[in-house]
Design a protein around this ligand. Structure first.
Ligand SMILES: NC(=O)c1ccc[n+]([C@@H]2O[C@H](COP(=O)([O-])OP(=O)(O)OC[C@H]3O[C@@H](n4cnc5c(N)ncnc54)[C@H](OP(=O)(O)O)[C@@H]3O)[C@@H](O)[C@H]2O)c1
Length: 228
């Protein structure tokens, strides 16, 4: 039975990914911040021994280390780092406080990569490390502007993942940056054109279709390359 470690799974896309992998017969370790595990405990009750819930705030290095110690000796075919935050989309960079800029960069760029670095040894040699980016992280496609800090954080994430991939080129792992599309969640908002039920199945199909293909790709949920 395959095992996945899904980071940032209390709600939204992360929770839907946990449900989907469980329904595909996987074992899942799902993480949530302390006291914020949402519907995960109910899902664990339904799935019995196939879902474990762990506590992790990705911005806290001590929690990353503690979880890595708790999971040492475990092996996962998939590490999927989904956790992310938005910024006030109406704010242009000139109006954003230094603290807010740092918060979004810390959560969306630095912290996911710290999770990748620390948990990569738990991923099987031919396994997959996937990180939830966004189409908004594409520098090439940014012709409309808007959401400037969020865009910058995902572009920074993409750049850091490319550096990680270049440094890890001898490894056979599949590395993915995922652009799921604009989806109705707390982050995506009510005006997003797609619901989780239509967006998550093709996203998971895309992740699984890449299994065993070494190297880094930046893909939308249908498996098409997103311009960097
Ligand atoms: N929805 C979209 O349209 C869309 C489009 C492109 C990319 N994405 C990306 O997809 C990912 C999930 O987004 P979503 O739409 O599902 O958003 P969401 O409903 O707001 O969920 C965000 C998830 O990230 C977790 N999280 C936030 N900060 C965290 C931290 N410091 N440590 C651990 N977990 C943390 C949240 O946990 P809490 O419950 O504890 O806050 C929650 O589980 C994000 O990376 C987002 O940028 C979303």
């Amino acid at each position: 039975m395959h095992a996945a470690l899904i980071v940032g799974a209390s709600r939204g896309i992360g929770y839907a990914l946990v449900e989907t992998y469980l329904h595909r017969g996987w074992r899942v370790v799902a993480t949530a911040r302390a006291g914020r595990d949402g519907a995960l405990p109910g899902l664990r009750d339904a799935m019995r021994d196939r879902l474990e819930i762990e506590t992790l705030d990705i911005t806290r290095s001590t929690e990353i280390e503690a979880l890595a110690v708790r999971l040492s000796g475990r092996r996962f075919e998939l590490l999927l780092v989904n956790a992310g935050t938005k910024s006030d989309e109406t704010e242009a960079l000139a109006d954003v406080s230094t603290d807010e800029f740092a918060r979004v960069m810390h959560t969306n760029a630095l912290s996911p990569m710290r999770v990748v670095e620390r948990f990569a040894p738990l991923v099987t040699p031919d396994g997959t490390i996937a990180v939830m980016s966004s189409g908004q992280g594409s520098v090439a496609n940014n012709t409309s502007g808007g959401r400037e800090v969020y865009r910058a954080s995902k572009a920074a994430l993409n750049s850091l993942m490319r550096s990680y991939a270049a440094r890890s080129a001898v490894q056979a792992r599949t590395l993915l940056l995922l652009a799921p599309g604009w989806i109705r969640t707390d982050l995506g908002g009510p005006d997003a054109p797609f619901g989780l039920e239509e967006a998550i199945p093709p996203l998971v199909e895309t992740i699984e279709a890449q299994r065993g293909r070494p190297g880094l790709r930046y893909l939308d949920r249908f498996g098409s390359d997103v311009p960097w």
